[in-house]
Design a binder for this molecule. Structure first.
Ligand SMILES: [Zn+2]
Length: 139
């Protein structure tokens, strides 16, 4: 068993600060974040490229790094294109998983409707799926 902490690069912030990550950190976005150093900032993270404290945790950090205005996040001004691409890929994967879960639910509902002889407009339902928020991350 490897210690997950050791898998994360200990990249210093611009000031040279190197922080810690939660013991159970799984989200790949932790590559670009440390836990906020101040004990009053529990649950907040520090963005490694710009050293901003991001409230709302690792998920909000992703929007900050990706430059996506969601949950009131301010875009990171120091993130490199490569880092941005990494985060965009993370978000796209998460959205794809979500979409697959929705598709599986849809197939289930269609099967139930069929067994009950109830009308089910698969095409309409699929179109609704295409409009679920977040689809924009797939590029
Ligand atoms: Zn930042």
């Amino acid at each position: 068993m490897t210690n997950p902490q050791e898998e994360w690069p200990q990249t210093p912030c611009p000031s040279g600060y190197i922080g810690t990550r939660p013991k159970n950190a799984r989200d790949k976005a932790w590559r670009y974040a440390y836990e906020a150093p101040n004990p009053n900032d529990i649950g907040k993270v520090i963005c490694i490229p710009c050293e901003r404290i991001i409230s709302g945790g690792i998920n909000r950090l992703k929007y900050h790094l990706a430059g996506i205005k969601k949950h009131n996040s301010n875009p990171c001004l120091k993130v490199t294109d490569e880092e941005k691409r990494f985060i965009h890929a993370l978000l796209a994967t998460a959205e794809e998983k979500k979409l697959n879960r929705e598709r599986a639910k849809l197939a289930m509902r269609a099967a139930i409707a069929e067994s009950e002889g109830a009308p089910f407009d698969m095409q309409e339902e699929e179109e609704a799926l295409e409009n679920i928020p977040g689809k924009k991350f797939v590029f």
